[in-house]
Design a protein around this ligand. Sequence first.
Ligand SMILES: [Zn+2]
Length: 287
Amino acid sequence: MLMQVLVAFALAAAVVLFGHLAMPAAGPAGTPAAAVQAPGPAAAPVAREAAPTARPAVRVHTVAAGESLSAIAARYAIDVDTLLGANPEADELIHPGDELVVLPQKGALHVVAAGDTLWALSRAYGVGVAAIQAANGREGDALAVGERLFIPGGRPRGEAVSRAYGQRFAWPAAGEITSPFGYRWGRHHAGIDIAAEAGSPVRAARAGRVAFAGWYGGYGYTVMIEHGQGIATLYAHLDDYVVEGGQHVAAGQRLGYVGDTGYSFGAHLHFEVRVNGQPVNPLQFLP
Ligand SMILES: [Zn+2]
């Protein structure tokens, strides 16, 4: 029942969201006149007129608590790549209340960039020009920058999407969370604290490149790893570290040891996940 409400809302939202994308041809102009003209066999033509053009419906799904990308994709009978292709910003970060664009079938949503042409898109996605035109209810080949086109059957461009999805995070240390992410005592805690014995290993939560390893003010000995797509992880208060800047590390690779360096009270690992420089709740990423 909640689902139906959500779907109804999603349809309304989709209209709002994509209203400006709709082709002018999809407007209702002309239908009333046609309906008035036909006296006898009105039923058939009117019914046909009432059905909108064969443009596929792009919907919006509001993420519910506990929902995963794969569960949402399965619900709409599309695959995760299709879902990520239409919501590149979603990546592994979805929260309840987020709105995801749901494509009507497997495919990709392409935001037109300067210089894009239908021919170039056709080549890039391996989908015929006619199929792209039909799926978007258009005849001409003019594209507007910023316009969104549904590419039926198109694989999302940028294998980064699937690569990112395939790389799950792993816990950087074993232990209890003694301080969560968010506000505490009037201060914002930019990560989580994991209690662990001094000297126990700290491991890379995901493969990446070491962006920093060294003393980092109140963070004490710290390692920061960049994972691509604007995602970075940070490991602080280390007793010691065993990697150096520029080095590539595998997920689970040892970075150093739990310690009590910097502004710290007792041995623990302070672990942060940053997206485009902004700390986010690591629990959204950790399994
Ligand atoms: Zn902390």
